[in-house]
Ligand binder design. Sequence first.
Ligand code: GLN
Length: 257
Amino acid sequence: MKKFVKIMAVIAAMGVMMSFAGCASTPTASKVKEKGVITMATNAAFPPFEYLKDNKVSGVDVDVANEIAKDLGVKLEIKDMEFDMVIPSVKAGKFDFGAAGITIREDRLKEVDFSVEYVKSSQYMVVQKGKSFTKDDLANMVIGVQQGTTGDLYASGDFDEDVKAKEVKQYKSAVEAAGDLKLGRIDAVIVDELPAKTIVEGAADKLELIDEKLTEESYALCVKKGNKTLLDSINKTLERLMNEGKIDEYVINHMGK
Ligand code: GLN
């Protein structure tokens, strides 16, 4: 009898262990489905990718995210935050994924996993109308950037230590930096291509774009490291949208808004 109890106890313990193991290996995509909600971290100050419209976050990344949610059969919830909090909060597991026109970088790959790339981009200089700077002038310029972005890193000499601004002023958004540029407080704003074009479109009498590609970058969405099933699902949606030409369509729809 004792032996029987012992065997039963061992079987029960194994069952508990197996169910724990099962729990740990539960794919994140199924957890999202269980919750019925997928959460996205973003920074709604980066038009056309994300911006506030009637107090709601709108943009290319939101359109993409809605398709990801639709393919998973869940609702989408968006949290707006500072850009430099997007990766740390996804890394901490507070949100299921980050979508904020995020450039894939080696250092960021240590923090989170990236999806397939879905947009190509470059940094550009926005200046006061009539000014004709190039990157060779950077050493004598005060540059405004959004804190923690690749524009910030470029102006600070992270891409090429010989290409470095005299002074880098960090702002909460490139739009805010552009406000100071209009007032002549800084010499240029360095920001990603489409946000740069959007800023110039909104102030064509005061600002212009310098036609010089400063970097070559690719955007991707990010998830917490190891969330393979969720990443697979996100990648499937992204591949579908790219094959259908939807990303280009979203960009056209959100430019000039
Ligand atoms: N692509 C840039 C980066 O990843 C800027 C992104 C942003 O400001 N939303 O740093």
